[in-house]
Ligand binder design. Structure first.
Ligand code: NAD
Length: 557
């Protein structure tokens, strides 16, 4: 159980269709997206307002949720609602080009930026952990991370296995909101995976939504099945229930080495995310409540054992990479000095994309009609006929992916691509090809929106990993360029003290004003990715900046 929430939890589903109750479509979109984040088909634990990523929440309390909804319904087109860690604190008179909502979640002055301070404030009802897209109302279920996860495994395939994961076995852990994308992403990249998860309800959820193919009865059984599929050259995903801190070291003892090893348990949050092994007669929740220090020590010891095993498997030939949950740092704190001997996934496989401003572009059909997403899929296939990665992804997604909540789609697009796609969607709303407006947004995990030295900005060429001027500039640029709502968060992905990041959402409602806002916001936002990487000295980003016409005075471009 998460920190107590007193009111009974309602079941939330966003309204659908072309009728709105708010004064403008942006306000209506913000309301529907907040509600969609808490839809039981979308959120991991909607009763406690937890959307995904450990305890990433959409609103601070149910009372705050209801007040936000009421306020959005009365908010004018020249007003802006302020959200402070999930609580609506003020409505201000602004102007039509200003965002309708500004959100700041989980931010603490750097000296106090740690879980201990946050937990005290959280328990006192003064803060909320927003993760990335939970607190900025643009989570779309596990699909949201699927393509990024696919990009990562496809990147690993290109770098280490000749372009495909066919004939390889990946071992990972964590089948939560984000981690649940791993089995399908590995399968899409052609490989077999064994997915360790402690909570049987999470395994069942991934089976129900077709992200996971089957469940083994034990680790031995999982390995036997995986070896069988590998021999047949079949891509398949296998779940196994257990604690990663037990099962990964068991692989070492069994002298069995996978081809790839990673992890996506919620290690960013040692108190509420990563579960230490407990004996059959122990109750983990009670241990956490009654003996928090003891609980935390055991979580840290478990993460140390987990990472030692990953390092040993790496020594024996597995390709090991960290999947953005800060597991290496936790293990290092618990005494594993060489925890960082394996790289993070961004420097290993993703940075080239970031140099092009290429990152996650997601959109949601406010009509609620899956046909609207199908129409946008077809439109993008026509708009970018030569992008093979995009073509194969969109065809696969259209055919295979089950929607959660409002129908939505994601794909990775770069600088001077996102604005084109957005303007096209806006035209389709205007001329009736789509039945209602489209919401466009992105993860905070993107090319130019985050400072996170153990993840997105790990091992930057110029050593500027921890400089968080960049996400602050990104937040400002979105506000200055016509975004519908902008957010600035702390601690997403890797936990408090380790990251600062900004989120952008914008609505295509078919108006001329929306077209202008979409053009500026979705040019400048991915542009920040190119700018940030050009400034750090990456040749690829410098070339993109020159070729695509950015104006960078300090670089003579
Ligand atoms: P989540 O909390 O929804 O899921 C975590 C899962 O791990 C849960 O199902 C939990 O039961 C399981 N788990 C916890 N401890 C375990 C253990 N010791 N052994 C086995 N299973 C265990 O979180 P999520 O949204 O899936 O995110 C997972 C992690 O990945 C977070 O740290 C998040 O910040 C990070 N993340 C990474 C990316 C990325 O692209 N790399 C993106 C988002 C989140």
């Amino acid at each position: 159980t998460h920190p107590a929430l007193t009111e009974p939890a309602p079941v939330i589903r966003a309204p659908r269709g072309p009728q709105k109750t708010a004064k403008g479509w942006v306000q209506e979109a913000a309301k529907r997206m907040l509600m969609n984040n808490l839809d039981p088909d979308v959120a991991e634990h909607p009763d406690t307002l937890v959307v995904y990523g450990g305890r990433g929440k959409a609103a601070r309390t149910w009372d705050a949720f209801h007040k936000i909804v009421e306020t959005l319904d009365r908010l004018g087109d020249d007003e802006t609602l302020l959200i402070q860690s999930g609580k609506p604190v003020a409505v201000l008179r602004t102007h039509e080009w200003a965002p309708r909502v500004l959100l700041a979640n989980s931010n603490l002055v750097p000296h106090w930026a740690n879980w201990e301070t946050f937990d005290k404030l959280d328990q006192a009802g003064l803060m909320m952990y927003g993760q990335m897209t939970a607190g900025s109302w643009i989570y779309i279920g596990t699909q949201g991370i699927l393509q990024g996860t696919y990009e990562t495994f496809a990147g690993a395939a290109r770098k280490h296995f000749g372009g495909s994961l066919k004939g390889t076995i990946t071992v990972t852990a964590g089948l939560g909101g984000m981690g649940g994308a791993q089995p399908l992403a590995v399968k899409l990249a052609g490989g077999v995976s064994i997915n360790i998860e402690i909570d049987p309800t999470r395994i069942q959820k991934r089976l129900d939504t077709r992200y996971l193919d089957e469940v083994a009865t034990s680790l031995e059984d999982a390995i036997a099945r995986a070896e069988g599929y590998r021999a047949e050259g079949v891509a398949r995903s296998i779940g196994v229930q257990g604690n990663a801190a037990d099962l990964v070291p068991q692989l070492v003892e069994m002298n069995w080495t996978p081809d790839l090893i990673t992890d996506q348990t919620s290690a960013h949050d040692p108190m509420w995310g990563y579960l230490p092994p407990v004996s059959a007669d122990e109750d983990a929740s009670r241990l956490r409540a009654d003996h928090p220090d003891e609980y935390k020590r055991r979580a840290y010891d478990a993460m140390a054992a987990h990472v030692r095993a990953i390092l040993e498997l790496q020594k024996r030939g597995a390709v090991a990479f960290d999947y953005g949950n800060n597991l290496r740092h936790r293990a290092q704190e618990a005494g594993v000095e060489n925890a960082f001997d394996y790289p993070g996934f961004v420097p290993a496989f993703i940075r080239d994309s970031f140099c092009e401003g290429r990152g996650p572009f997601r959109w949601v059909a406010l009509s609620g009609d899956p046909e609207d997403i199908r129409a946008t899929d077809r439109a993008l296939l026509d708009l970018f006929p030569h992008d093979e990665r995009l073509q194969s992804w969109l065809r696969y997604a259209a055919d295979q992916i089950a929607f959660q909540g409002l129908p939505a789609r994601i794909c990775w697009l770069g600088y001077r691509e996102r604005d084109q796609a957005a303007r096209l969607f806006n035209e389709m709303v205007a001329d009736g090809r789509l039945k209602a407006p489209i919401v466009i947004g992105r993860d905070h995990l993107d090319a130019g929106s985050v400072a996170s030295p153990y993840r997105e900005t790990e091992a930057m060429l110029d050593g500027s990993d921890a400089v968080s001027d960049w996400p602050l500039l990104n937040f400002g640029v979105g506000i200055a360029s016509g975004a519908s709502w902008m957010s600035f968060h702390h601690g997403g992905g890797v936990g408090l003290g380790f990251s600062q990041h900004s989120g952008l959402v914008i609505v295509a409602d078919g108006t001329e004003q929306a077209a202008q806002k979409l053009s500026r916001a979705l040019t400048n936002d991915p542009g920040m990715g190119v700018i940030r990487h050009a400034d750090a000295g990456y040749d690829h980003a410098l070339n993109v900046a020159r070729e695509r016409g950015l104006d960078l005075p300090s670089l003579g471009i």
